[in-house]
Design a protein around this ligand. Structure first.
Ligand SMILES: [Zn+2]
Ligand SMILES: [Zn+2]
Length: 172
């Protein structure tokens, strides 16, 4: 079971849509109660949040916990990230998936699709996948939102095969 954990205030409708998407791809998902963004994760000089601090603050109640936040996150060495993961937890930020971030008009369906791609990507890491050189594959590393928009929400054949061999059933 994959536990979705809103971190801070997150749009409920979007969480619901992601829950359904995850359940149909990976089997089972559930939404947990929202938690606060840990204050210690905020880095004033960058006006951003340390993604690892939020990730390691996620509950380990589910087999896998997926945190979803609106705050802008970074990891050491990168200006920002859309998400990050370890072997049981994943975190995505919606901040740079929103058209408004780029001073464009809000687009709900596009935001849902982008969020699904980032979720499937980070869960791929949780389940053992590395980045994939195939630009259409969801495991391709997104340097910018253009990469996210170009790639599919699915794993390529090679990545799907690795998941299958590790015993994970995914429906794409
Ligand atoms: Zn990645
Ligand atoms: Zn791939």
């Amino acid at each position: 079971m994959i536990l979705l954990q809103p971190v801070g205030t997150v749009d409920r409708g979007l969480i619901k849509t992601l829950e359904q998407g995850i359940a149909s791809i990976f089997g089972a998902a559930e939404v947990g109660p929202a938690t606060r963004v840990p204050a210690s994760a905020y880095v004033r000089e960058r006006d951003q949040f340390d993604g690892e601090k939020i990730l390691y603050d996620l509950s380990l109640e589910g087999e896998v916990t997926l945190g979803i936040t609106e705050v802008d996150i970074f990891v050491k060495g990168l200006n920002f990230v859309f998400g990050l993961a370890d072997d049981r937890r994943a975190l995505i930020s919606l901040r740079r998936l929103r058209q408004e971030f780029y001073e464009l008009q809000e687009d709900g369906p596009l935001l849902e699709l982008r969020a699904l791609k980032e979720v499937v990507h980070e869960l791929g890491h949780v389940f053992g996948l590395a980045h994939c050189p195939e630009r259409r594959c969801v495991m391709y590393f997104s340097n910018s939102i253009l990469d996210t928009d170009f790639k599919d929400w699915r794993y390529c054949r090679g990545c799907a095969e690795i998941l299958r061999r590790s015993g994970l059933m995914v429906r794409l």
